[in-house]
Design a protein around this ligand. Structure first.
Ligand code: MN
Length: 259
């Protein structure tokens, strides 16, 4: 019973404090939904008030249908990736929170505050909180109306940081290809500069971890786990990266950049 109480307290704090988090789009509001599974794009206090008493993270709905990204990302991949893989991170995150020390739970207001003191948490939280957060972000960074060229301030920043859009694409694809095994490629803002890099497993640039890992505010994320492309592309990660440029949601990236 103590576990349930501390979890409720944790979620209440999360709901109160996660407004105005680093990712301005209220990802965590969306991630804290109950069984109605609101769209990722829907934000606001309704989702908060509905979700707190429920006491668990839930899988957010995709902001488009599973076949909407065809032919670039296929329906079967989206169904398995979202419905099975992302769901597993959500399920296991809920289980892992239930095993945490009460004080640690009470002092953690959101996933982003957990990431800031990541080394205090067990790997079960690191992997599943990262998995939930990264995928929630990733779905928003894809769009059936995506592709083309970045716009606005982000386009300017890409050109001034990398010389040209083509050079940026080359460097981002290179980081995606060179991530050995499973992980994510990222475009982040660090100290006011755009930086390309990658992280292993479900780590992300918000996690404060020992070592030289990539740090910064996420602007773009690309899942390079084989589960993201194997069904359609088999081992050809390069083909998947090429497809990604046709569905990248530049509006969302721009929003994250400006936040
Ligand atoms: Mn994935």
């Amino acid at each position: 019973m103590e576990n349930n109480t501390s979890r409720r307290s944790f979620l209440k704090q999360t709901a109160i404090l996660s407004t105005g988090t680093l990712i301005g789009s209220s990802l965590l509001q969306d991630a804290f939904a109950n069984t109605t599974q609101p769209l990722l794009e829907e934000t606001g206090s309704d989702i908060f008030t509905n979700s707190i008493e429920e006491g668990t993270f839930v899988l957010p709905k995709l902001p488009y249908s599973t076949d909407a990204l065809e032919p670039h990302i296929d329906k079967a991949t989206m169904e398995i990736h979202h419905g099975k893989h992302h769901q597993a991170y959500v399920t296991n995150l809920n289980k892992a929170i239930g095993t945490l020390d009460k004080k640690l739970v009470e002092s953690s207001s959101s996933l982003e505050t957990i990431f800031k003191k990541m080394s205090q948490f067990p790997d079960s939280i690191r992997n599943n909180a990262g998995g939930h957060y990264n995928h929630t972000l990733f779905w928003e960074l894809l769009s059936p109306n995506g592709g083309g060229l970045p716009k606005g301030k982000l386009a300017q920043a890409i050109t001034s940081s990398f010389g040209s859009f083509d050079e940026f694409k080359k460097q981002f694809a290179d980081a995606s290809m060179k991530r050995f095994g499973s992980g994510w490629a990222w475009l982040v803002v660090k100290d006011g500069q755009l930086v390309i890099g990658s992280t292993a497993n479900q780590d992300n640039p918000l996690m404060r971890l020992k070592g030289k890992g990539l740090k910064g505010k996420p602007v773009m994320a690309l899942d390079v786990w084989e589960h993201a492309y194997y069904f359609k592309n088999q081992n050809r990660r390069a083909d998947y990266i090429n497809s990604f440029w046709n569905v990248i949601n530049w509006e969302k990236a721009e929003q994250l950049f400006n936040s």
